[in-house]
Design a protein around this ligand. Structure first.
Ligand code: NDP
Length: 285
C-alpha cells in the first residue's frame, strides 16, 4: 500500500512566524525599545561559529539588534561570569545566549546559572527548567519549543497520544518530556541503554528522534500512522546534512515526517528570536 506522508515543514512555518516577529519588532521600536540579543562565543569551534553567524543573521533579518562577544579559548570561568553579570544589568540587552559547548576548563552549569533567568532566551537556566516541569513555563529551551510549535501547526492533538522520545539530553529530550506531558501525552523516554527500542517506536503515535546518528532509523522503526519528528543534524560521508531518520526509506511509510534540513532546525532559531522579543515586550507591558 502506498501512503502519502505529510512533510512537517519547519522552513515554511519559520518564515511565517518571522513575518509576525518583524511586526512585533516594529511595534517595540515605536515604543522606543530595540530588542537586542547578546551572543557570547568562547573559543574557535568552527560549528559554533556557523551557528552563531546564522542566529545573528536571522535576528538582524527581523530587525533585531545583536551584540556579539567573541572571547578567546583561554577565557576563565570568572571572566565569563563577570561579562554575563554586566549584560544582566544592561537594560539595552534583552536576551543572553552563551553558545555551547564551552571549553572544558569552564563549568557550563555555573555559566547557565549566572544568566538572569528573565533574560535566558535559550531557556536553559535551572529556574526556567523548573517552571517548565511545573507547567508554568516562561522561557523554554528553543529546540523542544520549536518541535511543539511545528506539531501544533499541523493541528495534531497530542492528548492521550503515546509519544516516544529517543535521546534524553538536557537541550532536547529532557525538556521535551515536560512539554509533551503538559500537552497531555503519555511519554516514554528512551536512550542508549534502552532495550528493544524498535518495539517502543513501532508502537508509538509520535516519535521524536534526537540521538545524533546519521540516518539510524529506517522504516522498520515506525508504524504507518506515525508522526515522526527528526531532530538529528548530522553530516553523512559526502558531507551532506542529514537527520537521524533515513528520509528516503521512511517517506511514504508514515503519516507525518520532518525533513533535515528544513524541519526542526529553522524552528529552533525562530524560537530564540521569539523569546528575545517576548522578553523585550515585558518592558512595555
Ligand atoms: P547528545 O549527544 O547530548 O544526546 C544524544 C542522546 O541520544 C543521549 O541521550 C543518548 O543516550 C541517546 N542515544 C545515542 N545513541 C542511541 C541509540 N542508539 N539508541 C537510543 N538512544 C541513543 O545529543 P543532543 O541532544 O545534543 O543532539 C542530538 C541530535 O540533535 C544531534 O544530531 C544534534 O546535532 C541535533 N540537534 C539539533 C538541533 C536543531 O536545532 N535541529 C538542536 C540540538 C541538537 P545516553 O543518554 O544514554 O547517552
Amino acid at each position: 500500500m502506498i501512503f502519502v506522508t505529510t512533510k512537517l515543514d519547519g522552513k515554511k512555518l519559520a518564515i511565517k512566524i518571522r513575518e509576525d516577529l518583524k511586526k512585533r519588532v516594529e511595534n517595540l521600536k515605536k515604543n522606543g525599545i530595540k530588542p537586542c540579543l547578546a551572543v557570547i562565543l568562547v573559543g574557535e569551534d568552527p560549528a559554533s561559529k556557523v551557528y552563531i553567524r546564522n542566529k545573528k543573521k536571522a535576528a538582524e533579518k527581523v530587525g533585531m539588534e545583536t551584540f556579539d562577544k567573541l572571547l578567546p579559548e583561554t577565557t576563565t570561568e570568572e571572566e565569563l561570569i563577570k561579562l554575563i553579570k554586566k549584560l544582566n544589568n544592561d537594560p539595552k540587552i534583552h536576551g543572553i545566549l552563551v553558545q555551547l559547548p564551552l571549553p572544558k576548563t569552564i563549568n557550563e552549569q555555573h555559566v547557565m546559572q549566572a544568566i538572569d533567568p528573565a533574560k535566558d532566551a535559550d531557556g536553559f537556566h535551572p529556574m526556567n527548567i523548573g517552571k517548565l516541569f511545573m507547567n508554568q513555563a516562561q522561557l523554554i529551551p528553543c529546540t523542544p519549543h520549536g518541535i511543539m510549535k511545528l506539531i501544533s501547526e499541523y493541528n495534531i492533538d497530542l492528548t492521550g497520544k503515546n509519544v516516544v522520545i529517543v535521546g534524553r539530553s538536557q537541550i532536547v529530550g529532557m525538556p521535551l518530556i515536560a512539554l509533551m506531558m503538559n500537552a497531555n501525552a503519555t511519554v516514554t523516554v528512551t536512550h542508549s541503554y534502552t532495550q528493544d527500542l524498535v518495539n517502543k517506536t513501532k508502537n508509538a503515535d509520535v516519535v521524536i528522534t534526537a540521538i545524533g546518528k546519521t540516518e539510524y532509523f529506517d522504516e522498520s522503526y515506525f508504524n504507518e500512522n506515525a508522526i515522526v519528528v527528526d531532530v538529528g543534524t548530522n553530516r553523512n560521508s559526502e558531507g551532506k546534512l542529514v537527520g537521524d531518520v533515513n528520509y528516503d526509506s521512511v517517506n511514504g511509510k508514515v503519516a507525518y515526517l520532518s525533513p533535515v534540513p528544513g524541519g526542526v532546525g529553522p524552528m529552533t532559531i525562530t524560537m530564540l528570536l521569539e523569546q528575545t522579543i517576548q522578553i523585550a515586550e515585558r518592558s512595555i507591558k
